[in-house]
Design a protein around this ligand. Sequence first.
Ligand code: C5P
Length: 370
Amino acid sequence: MAGHSPATTQIAYNSPACDFLIMTVAVRSFAKINLGLYIGAARADGYHDLRTVYQTIALHDVIRVSAGRGSGIEILCNHPRVPLDSSNTCWRMAERVMDELGVHGRVCIEIEKRLPVQGGLGAASSNAVATMVALELALKKTRAVRKKLTGPARLRIAAEVGSDLPLFLVGGTTLGVGRGEEVYPLPDLPAMPMVVVTPEVGVSTARAFADWDALVQGGGTAEPHSAGGPGAAVPTREQLTRAGVSDRLFEVGCALSAWLSGYPNTGAPAKGGSRAGSLLSDLVRTGIENDFEKVVFPQYPELRDIKGALERAGSRYASLSGSGSTLYGLFRSPASAAKAASRLRKQGLKAVATSTLTRQQYWKSLVVSR
Ligand code: C5P
């Protein structure tokens, strides 16, 4: 599978900070994309209700967690923009897991960063969930801990650390509602070939939500919407005002549901590759969109250009992921994805061909070594 092979590379493991820690577990921290993202009303707690379909993909970081005697949390990372203190989601996760299990010890977390920082691929959230999985396994190896976290406790802790974490405890195709933290496994979409383009720019999610509020308060779109087909979730000016946002979320819920059940195009989904093809057609026909494009593209016009470049390179469906800056395109075949990635690289873009990851593939390839 694309992006899987060199996962066991060691980074800085002989660091003095870590060398007395003996029980180490390495896990892959997979990225996600959003297949549509609809933003609703700003809530009293400062978050926004949303509807999205998360999809895990094969690109990943690698997280190595060591646990042993002592105290404190240490983070090592090969990327200068990743914080090494308690502001790191992995740190917060390790602290909560140790508390919940009632154990004391020293935890060292190595983040082998390959995914973009602030890229909209959920990397920091995925890193934190990978830390949870690896830390539980490492603690089990020390034999100091008999207790295991329950499924609901894992989901609760993940949601406390961030809205985009719980999806990584499900994997595959997942519906996200609430502030994105309330997740429901959906029938898995088949693995689909794709191209991921990672521009140099980082987009702040909090800022993108604030920009969305400004747009809604202004009472309209900054962007003309692309036309969808029957059942398309295309918000009108009225729907974007404060009064209309809840109704709109219901409508897009219906559109997402229709898309995922293959209605009205296909009826019962076909099997295997043809199913991927027809789902792709349904996705396009339904007009599934990412609201963040409406505030991020006007600020970073180069991102809109990259979406256009993906479409020109043959992508059947292209979109910003989360609040960006990553863009992805879905393709009908691995060969067409590889060809498109090569064409985009020739245009000076950082493009890689990969694949979406089903739930089964996700869990099967999560642990590198234990
Ligand atoms: O939950 P997380 O820490 O990832 O969210 C980062 C920021 O994004 C929040 O502080 C909030 O400003 C914004 N956010 C939001 N609505 C959501 C998710 C995040 O407004 N559903």
